[in-house]
Design a protein around this ligand. Sequence first.
Ligand SMILES: [Zn+2]
Length: 311
Amino acid sequence: MSYDGDILYEEDDEVFENSSEVEEKSPTSVFGYRCNHCGSVFYSFTRQNINSCIICSEQGISSVFFNGMKDSYLIPFNKSIKDFILEYRKKIIWNPIVPIKFKRKKTMWSVKEVYLSCFLSDINQKGTLYFVGVDQEKNSDNLMEKKMYNVLESIYFDYTNVLLNINSKIDDRVFQTVCDYDFSNLKSIDFSDKSQFFYLVGDMQGDSISEKSRKKISKQTVAVACQNIPHSLKKLKDDQSVVSFSNTKEVFVPIYLLSVKYKNNIYQCIMNGQNGKKYFNLPIGIIETTIFALFIFGLVFLISYLIAYFL
Ligand SMILES: [Zn+2]
């Protein structure tokens, strides 16, 4: 597999200041931003007034100049920012234990329309998996004992359109639950597009991308192979399979991203910009939970008191 994960950029404040000159010099110039706190790099085809990071929400953004965009694809947004706000409000508005910070208008409207850089490929996995199968069986003394069996499974799996998030700062657990994109509508990036979208570049390199892809599909392969093994317990002992990639490309997928810092952790709420599937990672507020518990306690106490008083 080959993948050029390096995005070329150089810091050049003078070039950035003279933005009209930049656009004339090269049609693929973009406005780049780098967070001084977490190092995330994102860019836009229009100059945007941004003070805080779209990933860690910390203040302190430097300008960087990009000229390295080429041959990338994207899936267009289908959902609007209002769709996100509507779903987010539904989730938090009546939830008494979500911290108040997450309910502020300022917080919810800080959601960003982001094209997240991903790696899309078809993957083939073939070879042999070696398992140990275990069964409880009766021995000659009519006592139950464990019996172990070596099982060999020949595998040949073709996976199509395997999507991998290649930005380590996007919460994979959150992204995995919303990333069921339809890839039939891939478009080339339009460099003349002057929309307000942010493009978030990947920070993983070739070897870690192939390792992550392998882990992702191997999990699925082992689960399917296990179904063919007629023992009650089975454990993978050795993996002698080969993974090969084809049709690899970088694809920017649309997400609504709301990153909120709360007690030194970043909580990410993500909505799929194509089909609206969402996962909101929200913390439980200690103060809010205490207030809610006291309220319930007080209510129960009051009702009990009234019942005792009137009966
Ligand atoms: Zn940051």
